[in-house]
Ligand binder design. Structure first.
Ligand code: PLP
Length: 476
């Protein structure tokens, strides 16, 4: 494709994108296809000769769109949001056109300096300690892995060789039962071993219990273990549980643990002053992560990772083979702060989003989401056939259908969820809480309105009418 053709098709892509966003609300939220439906329509062999762009575009609509789940749908209430927004998409177009590698300062000075700059803006917006310095990672999972590796290295002595790991007292890592599975993965990848991940009991509000943590650390020390890392969660994936950073940070300080805070979803809400109390005590943390790609309207991938001591991160992840050495003066080489070497110009989309919306509008959108979730939670709570199983934590609550006299509520709710997602007008997902199957409801998509949330409630109430209850009765 020559550049003049590129211009034509790039315009077409812009039109396609605008049409998509204008009409996405008319599509079923979750793809309604069966496994293999899409693959079965694709040619087995790649084309020998280049194909016509018009045909390729047509095939996107005809072959692929039926199999897409629409994360930008205003009635996407599943998982956590993975928002995009027009300014972010535009920045992604530019990023893709330049396709720069931003691994070293020299390979793209503007990208590096903008990254430092926008993370400085985020640090101000969340009122994080000024000593924190930021880097954009591809995912919260990578940031947490980097934190676990840094904590492991600190405990073993930097570049503690892995031969030494077998001889070393087992490195112990602590988190709550609510913590995200990315912590389990980080433990596996770091070679620490699942047996050394201690999932500490939770207390009030499903927060990690500081006394239980203290106790677990003492027991481990007495048994010859090496307590090394604590991962706190602000906004757990299941139910939005919040750990008390002050209480557990004090334990981390007392035992000299590397203290990482995972606020992957909830972190965006901290741009609103009224929620900043949720990270009271953050000064004790060594690192903090949140995902603008979840709730700050910036396309995946974009994870903001803040660290108190960049040197510790660089000592853990930095490597300078001859072919990466640069001459002359330079700035930060962010590849030394990250697991992959190659890095996209991710700061550009954050810069576009923050400038284009402005802080006040971003705050307002998040505040609206939280209000909408609270309003619906009240309705659910007031309905005699439904139970609010966890109160709203920011914009997430859980509930279940529990009509009087029904038994096997887990099965009933699993069937309700299936009916909801097969219906397609809204999309919800499940979790378990205190041993019960519950349905999650989160409001966080950029385009969601009160009418969308109201429609969700209507759909749920309609669909329970079609379920036969486990006790043989029929719902009201
Ligand atoms: N931590 C929490 C609390 C999450 O909810 C999630 C994803 O939902 C993650 C970590 C992982 O995020 P990522 O997909 O950016 O790795």
């Amino acid at each position: 494709m020559d550049v003049s053709n590129f211009r034509k098709w790039a315009h077409r892509a812009a039109d396609w994108s605008a049409d998509y966003l204008e009409n996405v609300g008319e599509r079923p939220v979750r793809a309604q296809t069966k496994p293999g439906d899409i693959a079965g329509k694709l040619p087995v062999a790649p084309p020998e000769k280049g194909e016509d762009m018009a045909q390729i575009f047509e095939d996107v609509d005809r072959l692929l769109m039926p199999g897409m789940t629409h994360w930008q749908h205003p009635r996407f209430f599943a998982y956590f949001p993975a928002n995009s927004s027009p300014p972010s998409v535009i920045a992604e177009y530019l990023t893709a056109a330049m396709a720069a590698q931003c691994m070293l300062w020299q390979t793209s000075p503007a990208a590096t300096e903008l990254e430092t700059h926008v993370l400085g803006w985020l640090r101000q917006l969340l009122n994080l300690p000024e000593s924190f310095q930021g880097v954009i990672q591809d995912s919260a999972s990578s940031a947490t892995l980097a934190a676990v590796l840094t904590g492991r290295e600190r405990a073993l002595g930097f570049r503690g060789n892995l031969d030494g790991l077998a001889a070393h007292p087992p490195v112990r890592v602590y988190c709550s039962e609510q913590a995200h599975s990315s912590i389990d993965k980080a433990i596996w990848i770091a070679g620490i071993g699942e047996a050394n991940l201690v999932k500490v009991a939770t207390g009030d509000g499903d927060a990690l219990d500081a006394e239980a943590l203290e106790q677990a650390i003492r027991v481990d020390r007495a048994a010859g273990g090496c307590p090394a890392v604590l991962v706190a969660t602000i906004g757990s994936t299941s139910i939005g549980a919040m750990d008390d950073l002050r209480a557990i940070g004090e334990v981390a300080r007392r035992h000299d643990l590397y203290f990482h805070v995972d606020a992957a979803w909830a972190g965006s809400a901290l741009i609103c002053e009224e929620h900043r109390h949720l990270i009271g005590g953050i000064e004790a943390a060594d690192s903090f992560v949140f995902n603008p790609h979840k709730w700050l309207f910036t396309n995946f991938d974009c994870t903001a990772h803040f660290v108190k001591d960049p040197n510790a991160l660089v000592k853990t992840l930095g490597i300078q083979p001859d072919y990466l050495k640069t001459q002359g003066e330079g700035g930060i080489d962010y590849s030394e702060w990250s697991i992959p070497l190659g890095r996209r110009f991710r700061a550009l989309k954050l810069w576009f989003v923050i400038r284009s919306y402005g802080v006040e509008r971003l705050q307002e959108i998040i505040q609206n989401h939280i209000r909408m979730a609270e309003t619906l939670a009240q309705k659910v709570d007031a309905h005699p056939d439904f139970e609010l199983t966890t109160n709203p934590s920011l914009s997430l609550f859980t509930f279940r259908y529990a009509p009087p006299g029904a038994d096997d509520l887990d099965d009933l709710n699993a069937r309700l969820l299936q009916a909801i997602n097969d219906d397609g007008r809204i999309y919800l997902t499940q979790t378990s809480h205190q041993g019960a199957y519950v349905i999650r409801f989160q409001v966080g998509q950029l385009y969601t309105t009160e009418e969308d949330v109201e429609m969700a409630w209507t759909v749920i109430k309609q669909l329970v009418g079609g379920l036969s209850n486990a006790n043989g009765g029929h719902s009201r």
